[in-house]
Design a binder for this molecule. Structure first.
Ligand code: NDP
Ligand SMILES: CC[C@](O)(C(C)=O)C(=O)O
Ligand code: MG
Ligand code: MG
Length: 493
């Protein structure tokens, strides 16, 4: 097998990268009907597998889990996840042959082995579904020509796929049909039905391609969503402790601050988040984020370039072959950071204080969201896709950090995302070393300008507001958020 993307001529690369059509609500009027009464068998009951299955069943669909024999015999977590939630569980041989749709929700590193094991058992004309395009695009998996291959990719951690569904909302989702595998022309209807089943249609759906999903998903997870939130959290905590701020206070400000701050992003975009600062702090955060964008832009470009060329996938697959040596080493190192090892203090921090005392995270988030968006778009990803991947998903990742710090984020996201997060973090921390020497407690740990709201040049403030509001991520965000009529506010810390 070879990297599918790299086998395409440039015109086809650009064509598949550019597939991105915002799907109106009236595209989903048929609901789950295309899969009603069909047997959906999910392989893997982990972050996505369990939570997608719960939503699909609640949406009236027939869902069961095919697990590997050793998981059933050893009553592993996947077996517990499925049985504790009263799903039917069986082996591949027991469940796959009668399945109308098989959803492969195992780790990307296992996809070639899993698909090779289940494909011979799949009945003529069945459908194989993914939630990430890595196996098809980066590994070039060849699927039996009578099978339909679709993708329903939530732009969200598995845990929040369920949480937003239970709030009566959903998460932005990319759907796609692999052009090499749609023999009966039923792929789009089934992908739409599956998407309705997960609740994704309530948040926003893009008709995408396997290529466009992979090249944007890998970029978002490595940079703003996981990498920069990890780097920013660790550097913020270390700076506060270095400057004598109580470690318990610092830990709480970081752990919950990123959730409170990015919740504003979800509802009002970057400008909505910045508006929560005092005017002097907003001006400062603007200039700090401009400096951060300048420092980090080459790293963001490198990540996007390595994703586009296949170099990222090659290095990650080398680690797979080396028993995940780097993944496990970086996971252990992250667990040993002072932030991860310092419990949040038993101290009251009100919602506004998270903004007032954490100007630095606001600057990190603006810089990271805009950089990720800009870098994706200049690489050929369409604005709507770049918005879901760089802005809307950031608060959903922050929800996991608020739960149990970086440990929880890295546990819930895919192994692919976790590897990419560490890769970015390893490079970004030294890149920011000189910048962090200039940071003091006015930016992190204490109220900027001691909370005084005066002394701002009106013309500069007007100019800054214009720049923030007219950024392309804000323009497309205002359109996409209009469609999120069912979006709920979450109770933050
Ligand atoms: N995590 C996320 O939030 C997101 C993930 N995705 C994509 O969803 C897919 C699933 O990822 P995710 O939910 O994170 O995966 P998890 O690691 O959470 O779960 C993997 C599941 O697969 C099972 N599994 C592991 N190895 C094998 C194997 N060799 N054969 C059969 N089953 C196996 C595990 O069960 P056991 O080990 O007990 O057998 C577990 O149930 C990936 O393609 C990922 O890129 C897409 C969007 C977001
Ligand atoms: C952000 C990482 C992700 O792409 C996701 C939750 O969307 C993943 O692969 O886990
Ligand atoms: Mg993702
Ligand atoms: Mg991913």
């Amino acid at each position: 097998m070879a990297n599918y993307f790299n086998t395409l001529p440039l015109r086809e690369k650009l064509n598949q990268l550019g597939v991105c059509e915002f799907m109106d609500n009236n595209e989903f009027l048929d609901g789950v009907n295309a899969l009603k009464g069909k047997k959906i068998v999910i392989v893997g009951c982990g972050a996505q597998g369990l939570n997608q299955g719960l939503n699909l069943r609640d949406s009236g669909l027939d869902v069961s889990y095919a697990l590997r024999k050793e998981a059933i015999e050893a009553k592993r977590d996947s077996w517990k996840n499925a049985t504790d939630n009263n799903f039917k569980v069986g082996t591949y041989e027991e469940l796959i042959p009668s399945a109308d749709l098989v959803a492969n929700l195992t780790p990307d590193k296992q996809h070639t082995a899993v698909v090779s094991a289940i494909m011979p058992l799949m009945k003529e004309g069945a459908t194989l579904s993914y939630s990430h395009g890595f196996n098809i695009v980066e590994e070039g998996m060849q699927v039996r020509k009578d099978l339909t291959v679709i993708m329903v990719a939530p732009k969200c951690p598995g845990s929040e796929v369920r949480a937003e569904y239970l709030r009566g909302f959903g998460v932005p989702t990319l759907i796609a049909v692999h052009p090499e595998n749609d023999p009966q022309g039923k792929g789009l209807a089934q992908a739409k039905a599956y998407c309705v089943g997960t609740g994704g249609h309530k948040a926003g759906v893009l008709r995408s391609s396997f290529v466009a999903e992979v090249k944007s998903d890998l970029m978002g997870e490595q940079t703003i969503l996981c990498g920069l939130l990890q780097t920013g959290s660790i550097l913020s905590f270390n700076k506060m402790v270095e400057k004598g701020i109580d470690p318990g206070y610092a830990s709480k400000l970081v752990q919950y601050g990123v959730e409170v701050i990015t919740e504003a992003l979800k509802h009002g975009g970057v400008s909505g988040m910045m508006d929560r600062l005092s005017n002097p702090a907003k001006v400062k955060a603007f200039h700090v984020s401009e400096e951060l964008k300048k420092i980090m832009r080459p790293l963001f470009k490198k990540h996007q370039d390595d994703i586009m060329s296949g170099e990222f996938s090659r290095t990650m697959m080398e680690d797979w072959a080396n028993n995940d040596a780097n993944l496990l080493k970086w996971r252990a190192e992250t667990g040993e950071t002072a932030f991860e090892k310092t419990p949040a203090g038993n101290v009251k921090i009100n919602e506004q204080e998270y903004f007032d005392n954490y100007t630095l995270m606001v600057a990190f988030v603006r810089a990271g969201v805009e950089l990720a968006f800009e870098t994706m778009v200049e690489a050929g990803i369409k604005a709507e896709s770049a918005y879901y991947e760089s802005l809307h998903e950031t608060p959903l990742i922050a929800n996991t950090i608020a739960r149990k710090k970086l440990f929880e984020m890295n546990r819930v996201i895919s192994d692919t995302a976790e590897y990419g997060c560490y890769l970015f973090d390893q490079a970004c921390k030294p890149l920011l070393a000189d910048f962090m020497k200039t940071v003091d407690t006015d930016l992190v740990g204490k109220n900027f300008n001691e909370g005084k709201n005066g002394g701002v040049d009106n013309r500069e403030l007007v100019h800054i507001n214009e720049i923030l509001r007219e950024h392309p991520v804000e323009i497309v965000g205002r359109k996409l958020r209009k469609a999120m009529t069912a979006m709920k506010s979450i109770k933050t810390a």
